[in-house]
Each structure stands twice: as structure tokens, then as C-alpha cells.
Ligand binder design. Structure first.
Ligand code: GLA
Length: 384
């Protein structure tokens, strides 16, 4: 090759490399986009944000309830499927649903009889689940319109949602400033960082209520999903699903998921707790130190090979196997959500903690900072 041509080729190659290199380093193909999602009956505009990483892993999140509307994860052949329940538009959510994908607050799970006492003051909350209070009441965080802004995260597109819950809202004391940040990382993780401060002593327990089906939403029941839960104990419940206060070893019960087991294997076992929960609807006391991010659960869907890991700083996690789903709701793509078509893994504090002095505290005081993190990580694997 003549010298001039060689210089030209080298120069061109250098130029091309320098143009490509920053894109690889910064993952410039990861992005966040925004589109309108509808208006609430009160006339508030609701938006839908889509976060995508350079591998095509994508989450769509709406400012209504901070709901994860869709989550697209690849199977072992690289084919993406939407693995969470949801609706195509805001109207679907406004018609009512059992907390699909939503941020739950102020208090995820149940508070017995909707009552608790804090610093000698008795508080009365909505009783929206029989005589008990569930998932923040009649108009919880799942129905609030959150303020959105793009957050500066190092590891991927990040959406910061914030909401000011007024003193007295749903019966809870204190103005509570809440921030929930969703980040989609290059490692196919959806990370959720929860933050809150208050101007009066209050109680709170924030979580996300996504219903997963790793074969794809609406694609059959979840009984064949193989689950591992990093918990030696769970909190048995009474007929209203309120913990009795006991921390019961899972050893020798259908609740033992310390080794991988299919969800359906023992879901109809002749066990009092299974009967009360109509299947699994129980709080697992996670092993390891609360406050440190550690593995809570691992779920493999054998046919697609999709594998989800849940990591959390929370002390516990509710496993709910969609026992109340009855096929009356139709979601995205006309998919019908039938009995046990989805499962939830709600990282949390124990249910009814405000009334259980033996449970880890859920009290937040002025000057204190509520801060937790949960990560849902997607990859693929083989049957264990
Ligand atoms: C939670 C509860 C369940 C049920 C669902 C919503 O996960 O533990 O008992 O109320 O929410 O239907």
C-alpha cells in the first residue's frame, strides 16, 4: 500500500475508534424517554417514562402511583418479554386493580384494625381490608401523582419520583417527604431507592407491588417457577393475615424455600398457614443484617430460563402468589390475569409492626432519614 493511503487508513481508523469509544464507555445507547399517559379525573397530567439500557432491557414507569407498567427482560435465547402485569393506559389503572406494579405507602401490608399508638397518641387509619388497614389505605401512594425528574446516576438512566404526603393523610401523622428513584443499570437491574423525612414522629413501610411472571405476563400460572428464599423464619398470621407475633422456623414446613423449590409443589399442602393465606401470602424474615444489601430471593422460570434475583436492605419480604386473582382483569395485549398468574416479592418491614413491640421499628422521627434499597436483577439460568 502506498504510504499516503496507509496514513489515510490509519487516520480514518483512529477517528472511527475515538468516535465509538466514548459510546461504549458511557453506555450512550442507554436512555430515558417520556410520553403522555393520560389525565386523572382531577385533571392532573400523567406521564410515562421509559428507561432502556444498551442491551435492550427496559422498564416503563408512570408518574401515577410510581407504577412499573412494563419490564422487558431477555430469555436464554435473547428474546425479550414483558414480565410484569399492567395496563396499556391510565384508564386501566383508574378503574381499580390490586396494586399492579405500584409504590405502596405509607404502610405496605396490614395494620391490625387500622389502629396504632405512637408516643402515647392513638391514631386511626382507614379499614380498607376487612377490619384491617392495607397498603396505605383508600388513597395510598399507589394512587398519587408523583413529581418526576431525571436523576444523575452513574450506572444507568434514573428516574426520581417525589411526593409530599400531608400531615393527616389517610390518618397518618406528619408531613412526609418521599423520594423513590428507579435506576436501570447495565447489569439488567431495576434498582429502587426509597428515601423519606418527616416533620413529626410517624410510621412507614414503603415497597413496590409488581406482579411477576417470568414466562411473560399473562402466559399461564407461576406454579412452575422455582424459588429460593434466603430466610430461616417467617411470621405466621391469623385469619385476617395479621402476624401473631411469632417468628416461626420454616424448617419442616411448606414455607421452607432455602433450597430451590417450585412454587406449586406445596401450595396446597395441608398446612394451617397455607390455608389461612389461600396459598403463600406471608412475610419472610430475611437472613443477614438488615441495612445491608443482600440476596433475598432467586426465581427461575425453567422454560424461558429467565432468572430474577431480589436483593434488599429491608429486614423482610412478603411472598404473595396471586391467590386473589380471579380472571376478572384484562391487561396489556388483552392478557387475562387469572388465579396465580403472577407472584409478588414485596421487600418490607414486618406487617403490623406499629402494634408489635418485638418487631423491628418502623418509626421515623424528625431529623431521621428513612433509606432503603431493593434491586430486581435479571439474567438467565438453568434448572438447579
Ligand atoms: C398484598 C397482600 C395480599 C393482597 C395483595 C393485593 O400482597 O399481602 O393479601 O391483599 O396485596 O391483592
Amino acid at each position: 500500500m502506498p504510504q499516503k493511503a496507509l496514513i489515510f487508513v490509519v487516520a480514518l481508523a483512529t477517528l472511527l475508534l475515538s468516535a465509538c469509544a466514548p459510546a461504549q464507555r458511557t453506555g450512550a445507547t442507554s436512555k430515558m424517554t417520556q410520553q403522555p399517559f393520560g389525565k386523572t379525573p382531577a385533571g392532573e397530567d400523567v406521564a410515562l417514562y421509559t428507561l432502556t439500557n444498551s442491551k435492550g432491557f427496559a422498564a416503563a414507569i408512570t408518574t401515577f402511583g410510581g407504577i412499573v407498567v412494563s419490564l422487558k427482560a431477555p430469555d436464554r435465547a435473547g428474546r425479550a418479554a414483558d414480565v410484569v402485569f399492567g395496563f396499556e393506559n391510565l384508564e386501566g389503572y383508574l378503574k381499580g386493580h390490586p396494586y399492579f406494579g405500584a409504590i405502596i405507602g405509607r404502610y405496605g401490608n396490614r395494620i391490625a384494625k387500622g389502629r396504632f399508638t405512637l408516643d402515647g397518641v392513638a391514631y386511626k387509619l382507614a379499614q380498607n381490608n376487612g377490619e384491617n388497614h392495607l397498603h396505605g389505605g383508600i388513597s395510598g401512594f399507589d394512587k398519587a401523582v408523583w413529581k418526576a425528574r431525571e436523576a444523575a446516576a452513574q450506572d444507568g438512566p434514573s428516574l426520581e419520583l417525589s411526593y409530599l404526603s400531608q400531615d393527616g393523610e389517610e390518618g397518618y401523622p406528619g408531613n412526609l417527604a418521599v423520594t423513590v428513584t428507579y435506576t436501570l443499570t447495565e447489569a439488567n437491574e431495576l434498582r429502587i431507592d426509597y428515601l423519606a423525612t418527616t416533620d413529626q414522629p410517624t410510621v412507614l413501610n414503603l415497597t413496590n407491588h409488581s406482579y411477576f411472571n417470568l414466562a411473560g405476563q399473562g402466559e399461564g400460572d407461576i406454579l412452575g417457577h422455582v424459588v429460593t428464599i434466603n430466610a430461616d423464619r417467617f411470621t405466621p398470621v391469623d385469619a385476617g393475615l395479621i402476624p401473631t407475633g411469632e417468628l416461626r422456623p420454616v424448617e419442616g414446613t411448606p414455607f421452607d424455600f432455602r433450597q430451590p423449590r417450585a412454587i406449586g409443589e406445596r401450595i396446597s399442602a395441608p398446612d394451617e398457614q397455607i390455608r389461612l393465606g389461600l396459598g403463600y401470602d406471608h412475610n419472610y424474615v430475611l437472613n443477614g443484617a438488615a441495612g445491608t444489601l443482600r440476596l433475598a430471593a432467586r426465581v427461575l422460570e425453567p422454560s424461558s430460563g429467565r432468572l430474577m434475583e431480589v436483593h434488599t436492605t429491608e429486614p423482610a419480604m412478603q411472598l404473595y402468589t396471586g391467590n386473589f386473582l380471579d380472571g376478572t382483569l384484562t391487561g396489556k395485549g388483552g392478557k387475562v390475569y387469572r388465579h396465580r398468574y403472577g407472584f409478588c416479592m414485596e421487600t418490607q418491614h414486618y406487617p403490623d409492626s406499629p402494634n408489635q413491640p418485638g418487631f423491628p421499628s418502623v418509626v421515623l422521627r424528625p431529623g431521621g432519614r428513612y433509606q432503603t434499597t431493593t434491586v430486581y436483577k435479571f439474567s438467565t439460568g438453568e434448572r438447579p
